[in-house]
Design a protein around this ligand. Sequence first.
Ligand code: SF4
Length: 319
Amino acid sequence: MLEIALGTPPADIAGIVYRLGSDVVKTPLRAHEKNLDSIPFPAWQLLDLKKYPPLDSGVENGVDLAREPRVSVIFSRGCSGHCDFCSTWWIWRGWRCRSAVNMADELELLYRDFGIRHFSFADDSMTVNRERVISLCDEIISRGMRIAFHVTTRTDCVDAEMLAKMKAAGCYNISFGIETASPRLLTRLGKENTVEASERAIALCRQAGIRATALLIAGSVGETWETIRETVAFLRKTRPDRVGCVGGLWVLPGTKLYRDCVSRGLINEDFWLTDEPYMTYTAEHSLKELMRMRDRVSNYDSTLYKIVARIKRTLRWPA
Ligand code: SF4
């Protein structure tokens, strides 16, 4: 962006795509910045931070989550996973992290100069490096910041010691990308994780006093009503504090799933000339069916659902 702003000729800027007459020119890939601490903080003074919505409820670490604006910050980029449907690891090519001191410096700036008490870490997988996370929590505690924050990560990247430290620093909720509780589908999605790890992560959060949110996909490649029932059973057993479920798998460019869909003739490059931001994978189930699957997972514990399901079983209707 700086090179563009300085007027550097496009051909000399690595990592961009531009139009030259009727041609589309792509320059060589740009080397990633390894030292994230070298990147300046955002110009927070240009934003009205009070306009950030609070987006939660309850009081944590003395912070009223329903009243305090929740400001997004980011500690790391990328992910240690390689899920077939995900563009994160592919775009960021691995996982990189700021130093604990640099991250704490930005939090402290927002805390002291702008009065921000409520944060959301926008990382896709915030806890890949446990020592770095523990150091960040130590920095938050030793600097006397009473804050509350939310993070997102993988279920195989948490442990009891780290969660206890996170809780002490103000972590009140962790969103886990669980996707499904079917071992077969986890393998099919390239998730490189297990149902047992997800069960353990939710239990450890409960012990630590941190809320756990299960992020799920209903309608993955290979999904059936049987695998939906596996996910419902998992939710009933583990009882996360919240469930966030999307109906249908989003086919994002650059992913293995996208390439598979191209090779199967389900999508072609012209899709990106439309106004649609992504394709939903409907090769196996209609959109309507995907919404039913989503509703089934989202309402895994609703009494109404149980009653309807019982009636359907009695009348021998499909699930
Ligand atoms: S664990 Fe999450 S962020 Fe990481 S590759 Fe898989 S879906 Fe993407």
